[in-house]
Design a protein around this ligand. Structure first.
Ligand code: MGD
Ligand code: MGD
Ligand code: SF4
Ligand code: MO
Length: 899
């Protein structure tokens, strides 16, 4: 078999390749180019419908995250490199053994919305059609499952009715549990551009003030979980005011009376809804009146809705309001679930969730039979498989004996991650496919398989508005890395299904996937891309972005449901009676805060890629927990201090960040940090696994917690060329900087002395390395430089009083070389504390402009607007992701001047 690469081994230097960003579900088009020296450059594709040339900070830094550094380049069995033959043989033997002795349900795949559609299709086919189990679930269970379930309950199908253009044609956009400014930045930019032209109103529904509130007309900082009450109150208000679309409701829906009755029972008045949500009644009334008075409303929703023990009810409460007013499927209106991962939507299309079969079909006898005939499948799964939380419980209690994890890092991202880690370490056989060698999950695997990554992979993805786009390779496969579809197909053949898994290229798989979507469809299923089933290889290579459905022989449909035509048996949508409930767990005297978790602007999930980029790491170099100042004061915690976060399932160490925009009684922790980047701050270990009963999606945003002060006896920082992982039980956090890494450390125990450094930093004293020490025990100061080949390899500063050199000075040290004798001493003899850094924390990552420089320029240069900052420093003029923060700096300087 060929190696599955679309690129010659010598690379494709000089070509410009049109591809799609591998991060969020906006799905921006990217033009990538490899120079003759191998250097990669990326820019936004001006012709792509999603972004029209724009990229956010993450997309703009893509070139920094490709390359072979840290990559897994060969299969490894029990830590030793092995051939692909051996690796596939081992995988097949483990699966075969479990199936023979314990049945097909004893094996499982846990996959990801970061697989390409072709990878996903083959994995799903292998499990559900050939191995004969539906025990394949995906990280979309943590992400989109409640939306899928809510869509299916209301529409009879998992359909996003609208398009990105609707956000530009709307007069009111409601963002519910969505930090669009940071998580879908280019879409947010499009919304803001439209707002400047047509005055679009924006309402944000989120317990905390986020960057998306920056240009909002109204922010409803509701109590966590109160969304159902808020939207029930809206439905009751729409009903009372006669704002329903009686004709649409009559012709195209069912259940409106019951839904309205439930809404009236829970929140008959805006005042009652406000009380249930912990909001100001006037603000709630304003939202309801805006909604009632505006025809063109788009309600965007994301993880604040989905990641809840009542996520499906939240989704249906939103859909109810749109169905009741007939605001769906027409320009500028509709409910709009934005997908997170680049191919979250594609995964739903192929049936990657354990409760879906394939191509938007479920497990009815007719559907199972239809797919059996299409695949010519020997052993069909006939019922739903285990959903993520249950799947990992089955690993824990031994029902699942062989598990293969692909393109996801569950040791970090699954709730109750500590329990999951214990379960994996007890499992008979765990395989992990990843592009990187050292992830928290890979450390628990028997077999690791080197996967091709973005830039090397070839296939398709579907974004939030159903647009199918190509990812194209522009880099050769590194080492023995292979695309995921290649690896899965190899297993399929090794298990004996040579014909069904004879795939030699993504185009073949895509044609089959397209054909299945149209197979015995006849308009009965929303997902149909039959028009693409006949693409030849050249046409597949040249495929331009286009939305589904694409039925063969029919004109393309851009929006759905304006004239009904839902995918229920009677073609009517369902309004569901739903009632709000508090989050699954209650706060207590011991755990007085709700722990919320989510994303920061410049990191992507578990940081395997963005953690490599100095540019992206500069925005939030260390893990921070956001607290309201009143909660911090109650806990005895100050801004910037290291604090301990404690929940019923775990503890973590992070720096406190005091924010007025936090809802009192709520803390927010990013989900990004892993054991590879910090001592102990994996959000997933702090959160219990309680799932929505309908969708199986776990609640990730409301865990009872407390925050405790930590008394530190010393602090330090290590600057190194190579990443160093300290053997340190206290606080540490590492981030990439130009030319190396900065590791911040702090401890509650006695500070380490020179003799303890070899233990603290294993691997930092290679043969031939010199060390130069400076120690002042009285002042509790210890410094060491490691020098190899006249270059500074690493440099440590420890101080009992916490006085350390500035970040700018550390960065200058990495730049200054080679080191002569004088320079060696100078490294250590510098004053222990420095004047304030000129740059400060990076705010604009595109042009590397820091907080201190911005503050000084605004204050001393008399800058009064974001545009003026842009003219003076360039900040904010490229991707625009930092504009909300620029506005905050302007306000802070203004307030400072007024005080
Ligand atoms: N920078 C960046 N962008 C990303 C990603 C990333 O890792 N980094 N990941 C991508 C992925 S996979 C996803 S799924 C998306 C997620 O995109 P979002 O859903 O926008 O991101 P989150 O930060 O997870 O959560 C959104 C908000 O929900 C709020 N929230 C919490 N509880 C509630 C509640 O009860 N009700 C309401 N109304 N709101 C609540 C939180 O305070 C938070 O601000 O982002 C995608 N884009
Ligand atoms: N506490 C908390 N937890 C959360 C969330 C939250 O808001 N709060 N959000 C949840 C959500 S919405 C999501 S989507 C998940 C995300 O969580 P994960 O999926 O665990 O996060 P990633 O870091 O994206 O993991 C992807 C892994 O696949 C690797 N990879 C990338 N591309 C490829 C490829 O093409 N092939 C292979 N084989 N590997 C590849 C990467 O190196 C990385 O190790 O986290 C969930 N967990
Ligand atoms: S908004 Fe940013 S992360 Fe999302 S697809 Fe576009 S460039 Fe990539
Ligand atoms: Mo996600």
């Amino acid at each position: 078999m060929p190696d599955g690469s679309g690129i010659p081994r010598d690379g494709g230097a000089g070509r410009t390749v049109r591809t799609t960003c591998p991060y969020c579900g906006v799905g921006c088009g990217v033009l990538a180019e490899t120079g003759p020296d191998g250097a990669v450059t990326v820019r936004g594709d001006p012709d792509h419908p999603a972004n029209r040339g724009r990229l956010c900070s993450k997309g703009a830094a893509l070139a920094e995250t490709v390359g072979t550094q840290g990559r897994l380049l060969h299969p490894h069995l029990d830590g030793r490199p092995v051939s692909w033959d051996r690796a596939i043989g081992t995988l097949a033997a483990a699966f075969r053994h479990a199936i023979d002795h314990h049945g097909p349900d004893s094996v499982a795949l846990y996959v990801s919305g970061q697989l390409l559609t072709e990878d996903y299709y083959v994995a799903n086919k292998l499990m559900k059609g050939f191995i004969g189990t539906a025990n394949i679930d995906t990280n979309s269970r943590l992400c989109m499952a409640s939306t899928v379930a809510g869509h299916k309950r209301a529409f009879g199908s998992d359909t996003v009715p609208g398009t990105y253009g609707d956000l530009e044609q709307a007069d009111l956009v409601v963002l519910v549990g969505s930090n669009l400014a940071w998580c879908h930045p280019v879409l947010h930019q499009r919304l803001l551009a439209a707002r400047r032209e047509r005055g679009t109103r924006i309402v944000v529904v989120d317990p905390r003030r986020t960057a998306a509130c920056d240009e909002a007309d109204l922010h409803l900082a509701l109590a966590p979980g109160a969304d159902v009450a808020l939207f029930n109150g809206l439905l009751a208000h729409l009903h009372a005011g006669g704002h329903g679309d009686a004709a649409f409701v009559e012709r195209h829906t069912d259940g409106a009376a019951g839904a309205v009755a439930a809404a009236l029972a829970e929140a008959p008045t805006p005042e009652r809804a406000a009380a249930l949500c912990g909001l100001d009644p006037a603000a709630v009334r304003r939202f309801y009146d805006l909604f009632a008075a505006t025809e063109r409303v788009v309600t965007v929703f994301s993880q604040g809705v989905n990641q809840s023990a009542r996520g499906t009810d939240k989704v249906n409460a939103i859909l109810n309001a749109h169905l009741y007013t007939g605001r769906i499927g027409r320009p500028g209106m509709g409910p709009f679930s934005v997908t997170g991962q680049p191919n979250a939507m594609g995964g739903r299309e192929v049936g990657g969730l354990a409760n879906q079969l394939a191509a938007h079909m479920g497990f009815s006898a007719t559907e199972v039979d239809r797919v059996r005939r299409f695949w010519n499948a020997p052993r069909m799964a006939v019922r739903e498989g285990l959903k993520a939380v249950d799947l990992f419980r089955a690993v824990e209690d031994g029902r699942i004996r062989a598990l293969w994890i692909m393109a996801t890092n569950p040791a970090v991202s699954v709730p109750d991650a500590g329990r999951l880690r214990a379960a994996l370490s007890r499992c008979d056989f765990v395989a992990v496919s990843d592009g990187f060698a050292d992830t928290d999950t890979a450390r628990l695997a028997h077999l690791t398989l080197p996967a091709a990554l973005w830039g090397e992979k070839d296939g398709t993805v579907t974004n939030s508005d159903r647009t199918i786009a190509r990812q194209r390779p522009f880099l050769p496969l590194p080492g023995a890395a292979r695309p995921d579809w290649w690896i899965v197909s190899a297993l399929g053949r090794a298990l004996g299904w040579a014909d069904a898994f004879a795939y030699d290229r993504p185009a073949t798989i895509f044609r089959e996937h397209a054909a299945l979507s149209a197979f015995e469809n006849g308009g009965s299923r929303d997902f149909d891309i039959g028009a693409l089933a006949g693409l030849d290889d050249a046409a597949y290579d040249a495929l331009t972005s286009a939305p589904w459905p694409m039925r063969a022989g029919e004109a393309p449909t851009r929006r759905l449901f304006a004239d009904g035509g839902f995918f229920t048996p009677d073609r009517r949508a369902r309004l569901l009676p739903v009632t709000g409930r508090p989050p699954a767990r209650a706060r207590s005297a011991d755990f007085p805060l709700w722990l919320n978790s989510g994303r920061t602007r410049d990191h992507w999930h578990t940081m395997t890629r963005t953690g490599r980029s100095p540019r992206l790491s500069a925005h939030t170099p260390e893990p921070c927990v956001d607290l309201h100042p009143a909660d911090a004061a109650r806990a005895g915690v100050t801004d910037g201090a290291v604090v301990r976060i404690v929940t019923a399932t775990g503890t973590a160490l992070a720096r406190a960040a005091l924010k007025d925009g936090q809802r009192p009684g709520e803390a927010f922790l990013p989900m990004h940090w892993t054991d590879r980047f910090t001592g102990a701050c994996v959000a997933g270990t702090l959160i219990d696994a309680v799932a929505d009963p309908v969708s199986g999606q776990p609640e990730l945003k409301a865990m009872p917690a407390r925050v405790e002060p930590v008394t530190l006896r010393w602090a330090g920082c290590l600057l190194s060329r190579e990443p160093v992982e300290p053997r340190h039980a206290g606080y540490w956090a590492r981030h990439a900087v130009p030319g190396g890494h900065v590791l911040a450390l702090a401890g509650e125990d006695a500070p380490p002395d020179a003799g303890a450094l070899a233990d603290l930093f294993p691997g930092l004293s290679p043969a031939g390395a010199d060390t130069v020490d400076y120690e002042d025990r009285r002042r509790g100061v210890l410094r060491r430089a490691w020098i190899a080949d006249d270059r500074l390899a690493a440099c440590l500063f420890l101080a009992a009083d916490g006085a350390l050199p500035s970040r700018d000075r550390l960065l200058r040290l990495l730049a200054g070389e080679p080191l002569d004798a004088a320079a060696r001493l100078a490294v250590l003899s510098g004053r222990s504390s420095e004047p304030a850094a000129a740059e400060g924390r990076i705010v604009c990552s595109c042009f590397r402009v820091g907080l201190d420089r911005l503050t000084a320029a605004v204050r001393d240069g008399g800058l009064t607007s974001v545009e003026a900052i842009g003219r003076a420093l360039n900040a904010g003029t490229n991707c625009g992701s930092c504009v909300p923060e620029l506005r905050e700096i302007l306000a802070a300087v203004r307030e400072g001047a007024a005080a």
